[in-house]
Design a protein around this ligand. Structure first.
Ligand SMILES: Cc1cc2nc3c(=O)[nH]c(=O)nc-3n(C[C@H](O)[C@H](O)[C@H](O)COP(=O)(O)O)c2cc1C
Length: 362
């Protein structure tokens, strides 16, 4: 039998199978960033995943940088998420929330008082532009954070973690991947600081480790995971030595006894794949807890990665987006619905809750 269908315990999370739904931003809230009925239905449909990791969810107004993505910093958002977690639990599933601060990947149009977005260093994202509520605009040069502002942001992660408990989540994932604030601190392409948060790998990992300590302190380590993308270029990201930077981060994370480490490192041929040697095997050695791999896996490759000891769990992004019953389809070898890329962030039910599940044959 395919190993994906065997149960697994990741920290305090007892999972009925090893298929994780990867975090997927879908832009379905309104400007209030409150989870709504459509989102309740979308997550409920996917509750057969061993674990759902929610779409990236901002921890404060400063953390924002994407239209109509959910938040977890006020009571209305807690109540909205409560309806999502209740629906997933009623359907027998487990769901954790991905905690997000976008750092430089933002624009004054999203920021309180129209301020500049914040980052480790004042280095602008070189990219095609950012979608703001009033159309596409160039990325601004962010403002480098003062060291004395960092404890306030760490505290926002801890507060969002307390709200996650209140909202009925099974845990949280710290979003340290894909070029957002924590990743901007980790990699030397975006971190040119000369204080205790920049320079050496030790210093660049400091923010991640402070956030992790605060989040674990706000709940318990067995309910906390971390996502990293050591070689991902998304968000104009680079590092001069990803193997050293991320091996160090993974080793340091051992001290917390986390539920899991989640590595997004796409397989060759995937649109998000990077050239050069893979770092995830080094992180498997460095990190002593459960490991999730993600990026271009199918049923056979996922089974093989578990059999080879490369990972304990496999996360699926686009396949889950287009197939609410992905677990069942993998189980019986059924064909998959193709994804509709035009509706990824389009708002509304189309391309969101209307992907068909398999119908039972009479
Ligand atoms: C529409 C879309 C939204 C995404 N949103 C997030 C997100 O909110 N957080 C995150 O860490 N990764 C996000 N990702 C990356 C996915 O989690 C995943 O790493 C990627 O799709 C590769 O996995 P796959 O080949 O199984 O799809 C997103 C990807 C897509 C296609």
């Amino acid at each position: 039998m395919n190993r994906l269908f065997t149960p697994f315990t990741a920290g305090d999370l007892q999972l009925s199978n090893r298929m994780v739904m990867a975090p997927l931003t879908r832009g379905r809230t309104g400007p209030d960033r409150i989870p709504n009925d459509l989102m309740v239905e979308y997550y409920r449909q996917r509750a057969t995943a061993g674990l759902i990791i929610s779409e990236a969810t901002i921890i404060s107004e400063q953390a924002a940088g994407w239209v109509n993505t959910p938040g977890l910093y006020n009571e209305e958002q807690v109540q909205g998420w409560k309806r999502v977690t209740d629906a997933v639990h009623a359907a027998g599933g487990k769901i954790i929330v991905q905690l997000w601060h976008m750092g430089r990947s933002s624009h004054p149009d999203f920021q309180p008082g129209g301020a500049l977005p914040v980052a480790p260093s004042a280095i602008a994202l070189r990219g095609d532009g950012i979608h703001t509520p009033s159309g596409k605009k160039p990325y601004p040069t962010p403002r480098a954070l003062d060291a004395d502002e960092i404890p306030g942001i760490v505290a926002d992660y801890a507060e969002a973690t307390r709200l996650a408990q209140k909202a009925g989540f099974d845990g949280v994932e710290i979003h340290g991947a894909n070029g957002y604030l924590i990743d901007q601190f980790l990699r030397d392409g975006t971190n040119h600081r000369t204080d205790g948060y920049g320079g050496s790998v030790d210093n660049r990992a400091r923010f991640l480790l402070e956030v992790t300590e605060a989040v674990v302190g706000a709940w318990q380590p067995g309910r906390v995971g971390v996502r990293l993308s050591p070689t991902g270029a998304f968000g104009d990201m680079s590092d001069s030595d990803p193997a050293s930077t991320f091996s160090h981060a993974a080793r340091e994370l051992n001290r917390f006894g986390l539920s899991f480490l989640h590595i997004m490192e796409a397989l060759p041929g995937h649109p998000m794949a990077s050239p050069g040697p893979r770092v995830s095997p080094l992180l498997r050695q460095a990190f002593q807890g459960p490991l999730i791999l993600n990026g271009g896996y199918d049923a056979a490759l996922g089974d093989q990665a578990i059999a080879d000891g490369e990972a304990d769990l496999i996360a699926y992004g686009v396949p889950f987006l287009a197939n609410p019953d992905l677990v069942e389809r993998f189980r019986i070898g059924a064909p998959l619905n193709p994804p509709d890329y035009s509706t990824l962030y389009s708002g509304g039910a189309q391309g969101y809750t209307d992907y068909p599940a398999l119908t039972a044959t009479p």
